[in-house]
Design a protein around this ligand. Structure first.
Ligand SMILES: Nc1nc2c(ncn2[C@@H]2O[C@H](COP(=O)(O)OP(=O)(O)OP(=O)(O)O)[C@@H](O)[C@H]2O)c(=O)[nH]1
Ligand SMILES: [Mg+2]
Length: 367
């Protein structure tokens, strides 16, 4: 299955949000997607965003790069932060300008089939921060979106590591509610068939647990870890049903065709499941806003009705044609048209726009 080029003009591009543990191969995978899409006639080259402010070198040419906007070293110095706090603050600062990023992406939406996002190395910075949620929600409400959860296959051969990685993936799936693809990366080093087997055959996973030792304590009872993993694997069984899994090698390019087939299937899933839910949530929000407005209006009208019982108020509230010309003296409200502002993609150093040199603000740190 593939996106036929004839219909791709009418289709919105799919946003692929690349997430994964540090060193799983996210950036290399983004590079591989980029080169794969460049090499295929059926797809147009993608639009690529790098959201990792701390990376020194990315193996692809990003269309939008957080490093062009935020100087991560400067953020660390100014706010007296460590590396992770620095990355988080840099991402937060960038998120304040994300509307401009969305505008740029939307402008290019007719020319690309895929918008690819690379995220910071420390997974929790993106998945458990407000800015990560804002970016994900903003992208997913304007384009079909899918999460590509990159897994370092050679590092997940131990059942306990495999399970903790899957639990993490599970938490992201339930948080974003977006279509989800498990990308078992580095299959050139370690094929991913063991993972597929563990995901489909509960007993095979149990057997792997048993052979990895530490399953029984000195009295022959199952260890706490073992019991926990047994019950968790039952929870995960449900989770596995909701996702697609592909094996790829970002180095050799193996499995990319299958990955993009999964992306196309996810596009349909997004339209079928996510979009109606998004529209329902939007409608519910509009409805509650409308109800709140109506409630205030009712209260205002009620207050006015009470005031009208007061003859003084009625006298003051009567329209006097002699005062009519005063109306022209009302201050004019100017709606500012900012469309003539400089090109929104220009470099804006947010770390410097924080404060004046002479302000001497010393932000207290928590704790
Ligand atoms: N053998 C092999 N190595 C890979 C593959 N993909 C990535 N790597 C290697 O894994 C290491 C980490 O890759 P990155 O792409 O930097 O991983 P990342 O997830 O972006 O890393 P951070 O952003 O620092 O968390 C690099 O040495 C890559 O060369 C693969 O498919 N096969
Ligand atoms: Mg990276």
């Amino acid at each position: 299955m593939s996106a036929p080029s004839s219909s791709s003009a009418e289709k919105k591009p799919v946003a692929i949000i690349t997430i994964g543990m540090a060193g799983a191969g996210k950036s290399t995978f983004v590079q591989r997607m980029n080169s794969y899409l460049h090499s295929q006639n059926e797809y147009r080259p993608p639009y690529v965003l790098n959201l990792d402010p701390a990376v020194t070198h990315v193996p692809y040419e990003a269309n939008i790069d957080i490093r062009d906007t935020i100087n991560y070293q400067e953020v660390m110095k100014q706010y007296n932060l460590g590396p992770n706090g620095g990355i988080l603050t840099a991402l937060n600062l960038f998120t304040t300008k994300f509307d401009q990023v969305l505008d740029l992406v939307e402008k290019r939406a007719g020319e690309v089939d895929h918008v690819i996002l690379d995220t910071p190395g420390q997974i929790e910075i993106f998945t458990w921060s407000a800015s990560g949620s804002i970016i994900t929600d903003a992208i997913a409400s304007s384009l079909p979106a899918v999460v590509a959860y990159v897994i370092d296959t050679p590092r997940t051969v131990a059942p306990a590591t495999f399970m903790s990685n899957m639990l993490y993936a599970c938490s992201i799936l339930y948080k974003t509610k977006l279509p989800f693809i498990l990308v078992f990366n580095k299959t050139d080093v370690q094929p991913h068939d063991f993972a597929l087997e563990w995901m489909t055959d509960f007993e095979a996973f149990q057997a792997a647990l048993a052979t990895h030792g530490g399953t029984l304590d000195s009295e022959g009872e199952p260890t706490y870890m073992n019991s926990l993993m047994n019950s968790m694997s039952l929870v995960l069984d449900e989770f596995y049903k909701n996702l697609k899994a592909v094996g790829v090698s970002s180095v050799t390019g193996d499995g990319m065709k299958e990955f993009f087939e999964a992306v196309e299937a996810s596009r349909e899933e997004y339209t079928k499941d996510y979009l109606p839910e998004l529209e329902r949530a939007r409608k519910a929000k509009e409805e509650s806003l409308r109800a709140a407005k109506q409630d205030s209006m009712n209260r205002l009208l009620k207050d006015l009705a009470i005031d009208r019982q007061n003859p003084d108020f009625v006298r003051q509230d009567t329209w006097d044609p002699a005062e009519e010309e005063d109306d022209d003296d009302d201050e004019e409200i100017n709606i500012i048209d900012k469309s003539s502002d400089p090109y929104p993609g220009q470099y804006v150093d947010l770390t410097r726009s924080r404060r004046q040199e002479d302000e001497k603000v010393n932000w207290p740190r928590p704790g």
